[in-house]
Design a binder for this molecule. Sequence first.
Ligand code: GTP
Length: 597
Amino acid sequence: PERPTIRSFCIIAHIDHGKSTLADRLMEATGLLTERDKTAQYLDRMDIERERGITIKAQAVRMSYKYDGVTYALNLIDTPGHVDFGYEVSRSLAACEGALLVVDATQGVEAQTLANVYMALDANLEIIPVINKIDLPSADVEGVKKQIEEAVGLDASDALLVSAKTGLGVPDLLEAIILRIPAPHGDVERPVKALIIDSWWDSYKGVISMVRVFSGRLRAGDKIRMMATGKHYDVIDVGAYAPEITSMPELSAGEVGYLVANVKEVVDSKVGDTVAAADDPGAEPLPGFKVVQPMVFAGVFPTDNADYSELRDALAKLTLNDASVTWEPETSVALGFGFRLGFLGLLHMEIIQERLEREYDLDIITTAPSVKYRVYLKDGTETVIDNPAKMPDIGDYEAIEEPMIIARIQLPEEYLGAIIKLCQDRRGIQLDIKYQTSKRVQLTYEMPLAEVVFGFYDQLKSLSRGYASLDYEQGEYRRAELVRVDLLVNGERVDALSLISHRDNAYNRGRDLCIKMKDEIPQQQFEVAIQAAIGSRVIARTTVKALRKNVLAKCYGGDISRKRKLLEKQKRGKRRLKAVGNVEIPQGAFHAILKLD
Ligand code: GTP
């Protein structure tokens, strides 16, 4: 049966197209936000998220709106907007019946947005195109409508025209949400089944999960079972964010809200898992559950070895909140005792690195990220390696397989030549090339994840003056001719600076890395020799002369996106220097590899 007075939807938008502003406007129009609250964008909870202008965790608010004499509950479910969080996005979408596709009237549709639109279409959501920023003189409503029709394949004739800034068109949008987005279905009388959209740690309530109920009811006192783990819990509290946490007697089929049970750790309340009644052993889980696997790995070391236990405590606390970070102890000859962390992607890594420094006030060095390789050894055994330092010597292995991704790149066609060359240089294999409009092209490439991890995104942005965008999904593992390139500082191998490269690029990578390193390592009282080597063969060398003024001028290409927001906020005043032998190596050196062309 239908739950006619409920609507659940999310907002799909490219960065800066106005998602947060529009969410605020909707909350204001439904009385959830007062003038005083306006400065705070409620959907972005954590400080860092607000500062970086990105949303990491899915959140949901419940608004109440009276239309035609009937009061509706409108659930706005926030979705993370970055490729690193694709699975989380898919679970948020599964909790919705509709999506607002917000497009900046002066910018048009972007590739990252498209990936989410396709996901929303796959999830059978009703998509309402919303053209935002129509107050701007450069707004091109007709052009953007046409683009939505051509690039996305949606009928844009009844797109809503709004200005999230002035509030123009917002009442019509609320009406469209009620009239066009289907009401949820769900039998209140059946045993309970709810989807976990997101979970986080709250110092007062413990683990809080955002859920969408598909059947039955959830009430305090109920006995429930998490289907992925099979563990049983007692429900302590349910309710909704409106926008503050508000306890309610129950959450019933079709509703979205929070659930607090006596769950001790977020890993026990997994995104995508199904909450079932403890006394319903035959329950079938809701579709789509996946255990998320980290794709990118890096070492994290305290700059001062004495801070090791502090770092460990910080990681323990941090992972209370983010079950997608994995960590285990790691020892490096150069850097001492630290941890190897696994992340969903590079942005995720930057976020965690920054939280460790800012929230936990730690001085840390992170090594360059690596992917997970499958290595077939000469003795017939197979091993998995996520740390270049641990890659066996050339000659000790039979073959290596590396993870591939399927990358979708959207770009104005004037940059096509440059981007195709970039993809080829990065060992990409073209799968598809498609003109979406006469001016916009979508390229699909199969590419090694490792190549994308190493500065690909920055290059893509600078070659296209910021106009190309990228999204990707995991692909298969494929064999490649890979070798470990070592970096030697004054003759000593610095294990934390080893990298894995394709054999054909190894020489160039080694040489470029030596050159970059020379800029990164400050002058010391003595000369510092930097060498790159494959096995015992030195392939490149540079020298940092004894004390002379060192100018660090780093330039990034024109980058009109999230990356810029990130860069702007970057690091202030941390020491981030590590003595390796008698040479002081700064953080920048460990990431020099990311800046190679
Ligand atoms: P992220 O949170 O970083 O993903 O961005 P977002 O999509 O949430 O965009 P946000 O709401 O932060 O808006 C981006 C910029 O556009 C802000 O400076 C807004 O003030 C501005 N903006 C949003 N909506 C409008 C609008 O309707 N008209 C005008 N002129 N500016 C707008």
